[in-house]
Design a protein around this ligand. Structure first.
Ligand code: UDP
Ligand code: MN
Length: 401
C-alpha cells in the first residue's frame, strides 16, 4: 500500500515538473519554434505568399499577389474596352508584409508578367479610369527598392490603374536632396505621359492595405497617415512625409517642392506649408487604410541632418514662389527603361550650383594675410537658384491657377 502511494507521489511530481517546463518553453518562443518546423514542410515560396497572416493591429493580412493570377496577357488593349469599375473587384484589404531574405529582382519580374518595359502597366481587360506615376527618390537603397517593387506592382494592379514607376537616382556622393529629386521626377514623368496623378513615394514604405487607392483627390493627399514607426498614428497634424499624391495642377499651383533642403529633414514640412500657402488643404485616407510598414534603416551616409532646416522653414512663406519647380535645374545623366521601373540618374549639383568650382586649395603656409575663410564663403554664400545655369526651366514662375 505504502509503495503504491509513493509511486503516485513520484508520478504527480513528474507531471508537475513537465507542466512547469512546458509553460517555460511556451514563454520562451516555443510557439515560434513549432511554426518554424511547420514552415519547413510547406512549399519554399510560402514565406512570401503566406495567405492569411496578421498585421501589427491583428488585422488579417492577405497575399498581395492573390486575385491576380486570372489576369492574362491574351487580352488586347482594344479601343472599345469598357471602363474599369469605379471600385476594383480585385481589391482585398489588408496585406501581409514581410521582408524575407533571398528575394531577387528576377523573382519580382517573374511574378509580374504583365508589367512592361520601364515599369508600366495597364489593366488588360478594361480601360483604366486613372493614370498614376510613382516617383521614388533614390540613392544606395537597392535592397529597399526590391521590396517596394515586390509589393507595389501587384498592389497597383489590384487597383486596376494605368501606372508607371520612376526611380530618380541622385548621381555622385554629395549630400542627398529628396525634394529636388521629386521636382526632377515630376518633370521627367510628365514629359513622357499625361499622368493625372503623381505619387511621391519614399523607397522604404510598404503599403499594408490596398483600399489605400493610389489616385488623386481634389486637394493634395498625404497617403502615409499611419506608419508603424509612429505607432500607426499621425505624428503631428501638418505632417506630409513619406507618401503624398498631387495632380499636375496641384504641383504647379504650389510651385512644386523646394530645391534647397540638402540633407535629412524639413523638406516635407516645407511642402506641407506650401500646400496651404497655395490655397489648398491636405486630405488623408483613414487611419485604418493608410497604413505603411517602414523597412528599418539607419541614417544614410551622405544624408546628415540638415541643421538649417528650422531657419529655412520659418521663411517658406517668402521663399516658395522664388524656389521650386520654376528654378529646378539639373542634368539628366541617363534614362534606362528597365523591366520593373524607369531609372533616371541625375546630377542635381550642390548648394553652389550644377557645376560648382573645385574646392580652393588652402594657401601655402608662407603666404600671409590671405583670408582662407573669404574664399570658401564666396563659393558657399550664393543661393542655388541664382547660380544654377542648367537646362531650360519648366515654367517661368509659380503658376497660380
Ligand atoms: N533616400 C535614399 N538614399 C539616401 C537617403 C534617402 O534613397 O541616402 C530616399 C529614400 O527614398 C528614403 C527617403 O529618401 O525613403 C527618405 O529618407 P529617410 O528614409 O532617411 O527618411 P526617414 O523618413 O526614414 O526619416
Ligand atoms: Mn526611411
Amino acid at each position: 500500500m505504502v509503495s503504491i502511494h509513493s509511486k503516485w507521489r513520484y508520478f504527480f511530481m513528474f507531471l508537475g515538473i513537465q507542466l512547469v517546463v512546458m509553460a517555460l518553453l511556451s514563454r520562451e518562443g516555443y510557439q515560434k519554434r513549432v511554426s518554424y518546423f511547420i514552415r519547413i514542410f510547406r512549399k519554399p515560396d510560402t514565406t512570401l505568399q503566406s495567405g492569411r497572416n496578421h498585421t501589427a493591429a491583428g488585422i488579417p493580412g492577405g497575399d498581395v499577389y492573390a486575385n491576380l493570377s486570372h489576369l492574362s496577357k491574351t487580352h488586347s488593349h482594344a479601343n472599345d474596352m469598357p471602363y474599369c469599375p469605379k471600385t476594383s473587384p480585385l481589391i482585398g484589404g489588408p496585406i501581409h508584409v514581410s521582408f524575407p531574405s533571398g528575394l531577387t529582382l528576377a523573382d519580382v519580374q517573374k511574378k509580374n508578367p504583365m508589367v512592361v518595359r520601364g515599369g508600366r502597366y495597364r489593366p488588360p481587360d478594361c480601360e483604366a479610369r486613372h493614370r498614376t506615376a510613382i516617383i521614388i527618390p533614390h540613392r544606395h537603397r537597392e535592397h529597399h527598392l526590391k521590396f517596394l517593387l515586390y509589393y507595389l506592382h501587384p498592389f497597383l494592379q489590384r487597383q486596376q490603374l494605368h501606372y508607371g514607376i520612376y526611380v530618380i537616382h541622385q548621381a555622385g556622393n554629395y549630400t542627398f536632396n529628396r525634394a529636388k529629386l521629386m521636382n526632377v521626377g515630376f518633370r521627367e514623368a510628365m514629359r513622357e505621359e499625361e499622368w493625372d496623378c503623381l505619387f511621391f513615394h519614399d523607397v522604404d514604405l510598404i503599403p499594408e492595405d490596398d483600399r489605400n487607392t493610389y489616385i488623386c483627390d481634389s486637394n493634395p493627399k498625404h497617403a502615409a497617415i499611419a506608419m508603424d514607426k509612429f505607432g500607426y498614428k499621425l505624428p503631428y497634424k501638418m505632417y506630409f512625409g513619406g507618401v503624398s499624391a498631387l495632380t499636375p495642377l496641384h504641383y504647379l499651383k504650389m510651385n512644386g517642392f523646394p530645391n534647397n533642403y540638402w540633407g535629412w529633414g524639413g523638406e516635407d514640412d516645407d511642402i506641407g506649408v506650401r500646400v496651404s500657402l497655395a490655397g489648398m488643404y491636405i486630405t488623408r485616407p483613414s487611419l485604418k487604410v493608410g497604413r505603411y510598414k517602414m523597412i528599418k534603416h539607419k541614417l544614410d551616409k551622405g544624408n546628415d541632418v540638415n541643421p538649417k532646416r528650422f531657419n529655412m522653414l520659418a521663411k517658406t512663406r517668402t521663399t516658395w514662389k522664388l524656389d521650386g519647380m520654376n528654378t529646378a535645374e539639373y542634368e539628366t545623366i541617363s534614362r534606362e527603361y528597365l523591366p520593373l521601373y524607369t531609372n533616371i540618374t541625375v546630377n542635381i549639383g550642390t548648394e553652389a550650383g550644377l557645376h560648382p568650382p573645385p574646392p580652393t586649395r588652402p594657401p601655402p603656409a608662407k603666404a600671409e594675410g590671405k583670408p582662407e575663410v573669404k574664399v570658401s564663403a564666396k563659393a558657399e554664400g550664393k543661393p542655388a537658384e541664382v547660380q544654377a545655369k542648367g537646362p531650360a526651366k519648366l515654367i517661368e514662375g509659380p503658376s497660380v491657377i
